[in-house]
Design a protein around this ligand. Structure first.
Ligand code: NOJ
Length: 754
């Protein structure tokens, strides 16, 4: 029987209560809980036929047990599906998404997603809450760690590749899962960078920037989308009918499953739209199919389906018939997904203990994880201290230098730190010379903060020794070494969900450590571990080299050692601009021109900051988007175009840029193409990324990189309402700029008439 006939025949036998039961989504409680609601009694829900899916199982055995209960508890033997947060790997943990995005490498993203899907599916999981594709421009927001960064074009390419890797081409294949694009929409635009806070944005930005990766992910076939916690333009996203039913299902053509986030439906009430029954009605009508944790659908929909909803205080009236129709529609979507996954044929099709055991952390998965570290590690500064000289005596300093608890990074719920490699272990294995390791400083010295950072298990250990004693030990180690490699940055949960910061500098004890080490005169290499861009101007000035490794996952120590020793070139680039100071955020390359533009140095009555040095452009930060050095050097020629005057809507602009490796080693560069439309109907960004290509070149080798643009690449979103939104392009001049990052650009102009 085909999907539609099967689903409608099954629904014909189901009561309304059974249909509503399919919407209930609860946590197995086998991992850390992310909200305050706690774990519900899944067993009683299953017995009452009131559960559609479970997330957070941690083994095949438990999936099997829940599935058996579900089948026996349901009159129609409707199986559950099982979901999990597989954000940067499942058992094999890869670098954080903000790091991986900086690999600028769709093939790598696909491979990482394939491995993640293979490991998750082997444990009975068939739905993953990934990829997170929230554009993020405010580094105070802790969830930038999970995001592909500030740029909608890069985020869209990341979304497509991740969906392709997770879902593969066959939903029935035992190693594919359903992807979930999250969090729809503009979760990353939270005011003040405060997690869960609201966003008010113009439609040009909302749809043109924040929705872009969702559009791309849906086009790539994503089977599901998760709503975001915040309110956008005064409407909680879980109740945002115009964006969910209107834009996502309408304009973007999304036909898959829409899931709530954790208690997100209940929170409509906290947003001030009425009681919990109102919240349930609004979410259902907006187009949310499954209710995570809050259980407002199972609690309130049966009555709403009989009586409808009337709330004169908010002018709300929903007919019972509309509720019933929405229940039918949502239930059909849940069942269709189960059908597509083949669960009606074999509810245990993903459960295979032997496959799970041989798949998790297999040698080839670990090898990919190790390679992905070099691909996403960013060399921010190098005055000759890197790569380490063979045989050099290294003082390896820092609380995270030989610590496993901080290796995986946030949102690695199924990762096992015991399986991860520390930097000391990796370096000792690879580096020929002596490696002496000392702590140097605590990660933070504020006990209240340390308590908050230890919420998912202890990762911050406050030393009993006085700070001065630890610094003295580190200074002595540095003095007797050829080079000091100092690992600094954030503890694992200093970024992530509910981890916003007001200051994004290095914590005080680590800063003091660096100042003392700088006075030794021993060359200083900073290895920066973080889940967000940090404001590091002073620390960068003290160092001879700065290597940004983010949180690198299971193979952290090996992958970072590959780069430190020069076995691999640091091939990552910044997916988010780095500010010089916290007060500079949000800072992103696609800033708009002002009427009083910055001229390259501070001028009174022009855009800029009084207290920022002229060396830091106010709109691109200390290190711009796309930036990253290599161990070799590259020379970019000016871009050339095949035609400078184009005509016709079907024409194509061909841009060529030659890049040569002018150094002595093999290395990687990411050629980037940006465009600017200098005269348009509305103010347009100073640069928009429209193409990138990662190339590896031998010494002396030269490569011509060719980018092709169509008119739709130059179009932008404009309109007064979601209903009247259009994509328009304006004829005339366009500036096309190429180079190795968003600042070091050379440009050429074309005209395009159509
Ligand atoms: C809350 C997070 O916002 C979301 O990303 C995640 O998928 C769910 N919790 C489930 O863990």
């Amino acid at each position: 029987m085909d999907e539609t006939s099967f689903v409608s025949a099954l629904m014909g036998r189901m009561t309304l209560a059974e249909k509503i039961g399919q919407f209930n989504l609860l946590s197995a409680g086998e991992g850390p809980e992310t909200g305050s609601a706690g774990v519900r009694n899944i067993r009683s829900r299953l017995e009452a036929g009131q559960l559609g899916a479970i997330f957070g199982t941690k083994s095949v055995r438990s999936v099997r047990a829940w599935q058996e209960l579900a089948l026996s508890g349901s009159r129609h033997a409707i199986p559950l599906f099982f979901a999990e947060d597989v954000i940067h790997g499942h058992r094999t943990i890869f670098p954080l998404p903000i790091a991986l995005a900086g690999a600028f490498d769709p093939a790598l993203w696909r491979d990482v997603a394939r491995v993640s899907a293979r490991e998750a599916a082997a444990e009975g999981i068939n739905h993953v809450y990934a990829p997170m594709v929230d554009v993020a421009r405010d580094a105070r927001w802790g969830r930038v760690a999970e995001s592909p960064g500030e740029d909608p074009f890069l985020a869209a390419r990341y979304a497509e590749a991740m969906v392709a890797g997770l879902e593969g081409t066959d939903p029935l294949a035992p190693d594919t899962v359903v992807a979930c694009l999250k969090h729809f929409l503009a979760y990353g635009a939270a005011v003040g960078g405060r997690d869960y806070d609201n966003a008010s944005l113009g439609l040009e930005e909302l749809i043109g920037v924040y929705a872009e990766p969702f559009r791309a992910g849906v086009a790539a076939g994503a089977g599901s989308v998760m709503a975001s916690f915040n309110a956008v333009n005064k409407r909680p996203m879980h109740a945002h009918r115009a964006l969910i039913r209107g834009w996502l299902r309408g304009d973007a053509g999304f036909a898959g499953l829409m899931v709530a986030d954790y208690t997100g439906i209940a929170e409509i009430s906290a947003h001030g739209l009425g009681d919990r029954a109102t919240a349930a009605a609004l979410a259902l009508i907006a187009g949310i199919d499954m209710d995570m944790i809050g259980e407002d659908y199972v609690t309130h929909l049966p009555r709403l389906a009989e009586e409808g909803l009337a709330r004169p205080e908010s002018g709300l009236a929903i007919e019972a018939g509309e509720i019933v129709a929405a229940i039918e529609e949502a239930c059909a979507r849940v069942l269709a997904l189960k059908y597509r996954l083949g669960l009606f044929d074999d509810p245990f099709r993903y459960c295979d203990e032997a496959r799970a055991a041989r798949t998790a952390l297999s040698a080839d998965h670990r090898a990919l994880a190790r390679r992905s570290i070099a691909e996403s590690t960013v060399l921010l500064k190098n005055e000759g201290a890197l790569p380490l000289a063979p045989g050099a005596c290294v003082a390896l300093i820092g609380a995270m230098a030989d610590d496993r608890t901080n290796l995986l990074g946030t949102w690695a719920v199924s990762g096992d730190p015991a399986q991860a490699v520390t930097l000391r272990e990796g370096l000792v294995a690879l580096h020929g010379g002596e490696v002496c390791c000392v702590k140097g400083a605590d990660l933070v010295d504020d006990t209240v903060l340390a308590g908050r950072l230890n919420v998912h298990g202890q990762t911050v250990f406050l030393d009993e020794r006085p700070a001065e004693a630890m610094i003295a030990e580190a200074v002595a180690a540095a003095r007797s070494a050829d080079v000091a490699v100092v690992v600094v940055g954030e503890a694992k949960e200093y970024s992530g969900e509910s981890s916003s910061r007001t200051e994004i500098g290095l914590p005080a004890p680590q800063r003091r450590l660096l100042e003392a080490l700088a006075e030794t005169g021993t060359p200083l290499v900073l290895v920066v571990k973080t889940g967000r861009p940090l404001a590091l101007a002073e620390e960068v000035a003290l160092a001879d080299a700065v290597l940004l490794v983010w949180f690198a996952g299971t193979e952290a120590g090996n992958g970072i050692a590959d780069v430190l020793t020069g076995v691999a070139d640091p091939a990552g680039r910044l997916a988010m601009s780095f500010p010089a100071r916290t007060g500079q955020v949000p800072v992103f390359h696609a800033a708009e021109p002002t009427g009083r533009p910055y001229s390259g140095r501070f001028e009174k009555f022009k855009t800029g900051y009084l207290d920022l040095p002229d060396t830091v452009p106010p709109a691109t930060g200390l290190f711009p988007f796309g930036f990253g050095l290599s161990y070799t050097r590259f020379a970019y020629a000016a871009p050339r175009v095949d035609e400078t005057a184009l005509s016709g809507a079907d024409a194509r602009a061909v841009v060529r840029v030659s890049v040569q490796n002018v150094g002595a080693r093999r290395g990687t560069t990411v050629a980037q193409l940006y465009v600017r439309d200098p005269v348009a109907r509305i103010t347009r960004p100073m640069r928009e990324l429209k193409g990138f290509e990662k190339v590896v070149l031998e010494p002396g080798e030269c490569r011509e990189i060719v980018f092709t643009l169509t008119l739709s690449d130059l179009a932008y979103v404009m309109g007064d309402s979601l209903e009247t939104l259009e994509r328009v392009a304006d004829p005339g001049t366009f500036v096309l700029a190429t180079g190795p990052d968003a600042r070091a650009l050379q440009s050429v102009e074309i005209t395009w008439q159509f």
